[in-house]
Design a binder for this molecule. Structure first.
Ligand code: CMP
Length: 148
């Protein structure tokens, strides 16, 4: 089914022009429709709010700091099975696993650390809806996000 997902190119990747270009090309090469795209910088409180579910985890502070450390690029992407397809392209969260088990994935190629892992992608329909609204409050996702 045609789905939307929220994909983010994180500050580590946006800081590197070649990486940003490569990631944009990966999106195009994999037949995603780019519904929306914008560059933005989070304040610390945006970062805390977005990742509230991770508060208390050992990596929360470094995650929050990293995600508000510089410009990001957010996309609403449309494709058949966009949510799982984008996550498959990203590869595992942990850079060690990404390097060894999925060397061709985005994180396998470009991930620096478990925190500085280049990209984010929604992990379910519910999180896609929440995250799209978080990044693009004016976007009306209702019609798109209906379950079949
Ligand atoms: P993301 O897909 O954006 O969702 C949560 C983020 O937390 C994740 O990518 C990583 O950036 C970060 N993260 C998850 N697990 C760890 C970990 N074990 N150590 C450090 N950062 C982590």
């Amino acid at each position: 089914v045609l789905q939307l997902t929220l994909a983010v190119i994180k500050p580590d990747a946006v800081a590197h022009p070649l990486m940003l270009e490569a990631l944009h090309q990966i999106i195009l090469d994999n037949n995603f429709g780019i519904v929306k795209c914008k560059d933005l910088v989070w304040r610390r409180q945006d970062s805390e709010r977005f990742y509230a579910e991770h508060s208390g985890r050992f990596f929360y502070q470094r995650l929050v700091e990293f995600m508000s450390s510089g410009p990001m690029r957010a996309y609403i992407l449309a494709r058949e099975d966009a949510i799982s397809y984008w996550r498959e392209l990203m590869g595992p969260t942990k850079v060690f696993r990404a390097r060894f088990n999925s060397p061709a994935s985005i994180r396998g190629q470009f991930g620096l650390t478990d925190t500085r892992n280049t990209t984010h992608g929604s992990d379910s329909l519910e999180s896609a809806q929440r995250e799209i609204t978080f990044f693009f409050p004016d976007f009306c996702a209702d019609e798109w996000m209906k379950k079949e």
